[in-house]
Design a protein around this ligand. Structure first.
Ligand code: ZN
Length: 312
């Protein structure tokens, strides 16, 4: 039986497994067993939480440790789904159609601070949990709120496989600036292949640009290079951006992890699929060692949450 959502005792919220993965890798939660069933409170772990994406055979997912209690509503819901009886309306706490993407600055981090005194079963904030569960029973639905593009990319891969890219949306309210309205953009429009895009036709809104590439080291910083850059006048232009150690990495909770991962990629010359979420793409030029003027396109990396990669 699949468990889509669980209550995180460390984060004190109902979350999906992608959010759990994001929180774990950003250093905000630490224990992969600190989850409970929303309905019967039985113990749940999040499998693959501590695995690098590259070594993962399956996506992160919740699984029951001790089985659910007999009267657990989750079992009831699963049976209704299986038998095709029921109203056809799935009872889900988290909105399955729309995800929310709100990139936060490196320094602020996730506001919620882990409560370190919750290691003992049952000692977490029961009142808070009760409030959340009651909200659920009254039909409150929430969006999955992600603070980096990492879960969005995993979902993109999943939706792409299931041919759902046009039916699933990302809410990008916070990136919209002045006008106070939500924007839901579907996954298909959000992801733009760099090598198929003319530089004069890029959106003025933020998009996730992707393409195959590599990462090299430049002094203390990292230079990300797309194999095939944006196009201009039928030519592909060299497209690069920088991960600046001081600006993007040094303030992170998990600075060491990031540093080690990037060093590995550089040293092993790994081939990657690169992703960057931006609307600031500048065309510039520099003079190379042979005194030749080279045009480059330079997307700007706002924060490390706007960057991700997958090994090829
Ligand atoms: Zn249960």
């Amino acid at each position: 039986m699949s468990i889509e959502e669980a209550y995180s005792r460390e984060f004190e919220e109902i979350i999906d497994s992608e959010k759990a993965y994001e929180l774990f890798w950003d250093g905000h939660i630490k224990d992969k067993t600190a989850f409970n069933c929303i309905f019967c409170n039985s113990r749940i772990t999040c499998a693959n939480l501590d695995k690098e994406r590259a070594e993962m055979k399956n996506l992160p997912h919740f699984k029951s440790v001790e089985g659910h209690k007999d009267d657990c509503d989750l079992i009831l819901i699963e049976n209704i789904k299986k038998n095709g009886t029921g109203t056809g309306k799935e009872r889900s706490f988290i909105d399955g159609e729309i995800d929310e993407l709100k990139i936060i600055s490196n320094i602020v981090g996730v506001k919620k601070i882990i409560n370190n005194n919750i290691s003992e079963e049952g000692q977490y904030n029961c009142l808070k949990k009760e409030k959340i569960i009651n909200g659920y029973k009254e039909g409150v639905r929430r969006k999955s709120k992600y603070n980096s593009i990492r879960p969005i990319i995993s979902k993109y891969q999943k939706y792409n496989k299931d041919k759902l890219l046009n039916n699933k949306y990302i809410n990008v309210y916070k990136d919209k600036g002045d006008r106070k309205k939500d924007i839901n953009i579907n996954y298909s429009d959000m992801f733009v292949n760099v090598s198929e895009t003319n530089i004069d036709k890029v959106s003025k809104y933020k998009r996730i640009y992707y393409g195959e590439g590599i990462i090299t080291k430049r002094n203390n910083d990292y230079m990300v290079i797309f194999n095939t850059g944006f196009n201009k006048d039928k030519y592909s232009i060299r497209t690069i951006f920088f991960i600046n150690t001081d600006k993007h990495l040094s303030q992170l909770n998990n600075f060491e992890q990031w540093k080690n991962r990037l060093e590995d990629i550089v040293n092993n010359k790994e081939k990657l699929m690169i992703y960057i979420y931006t609307n600031y793409i500048k065309e510039t030029s520099y003079v190379n060692n042979e005194k030749k003027k080279i045009n480059v396109i330079n997307p700007m990396l706002e924060s490390i949450g706007c960057f991700d990669y997958r090994r090829l």
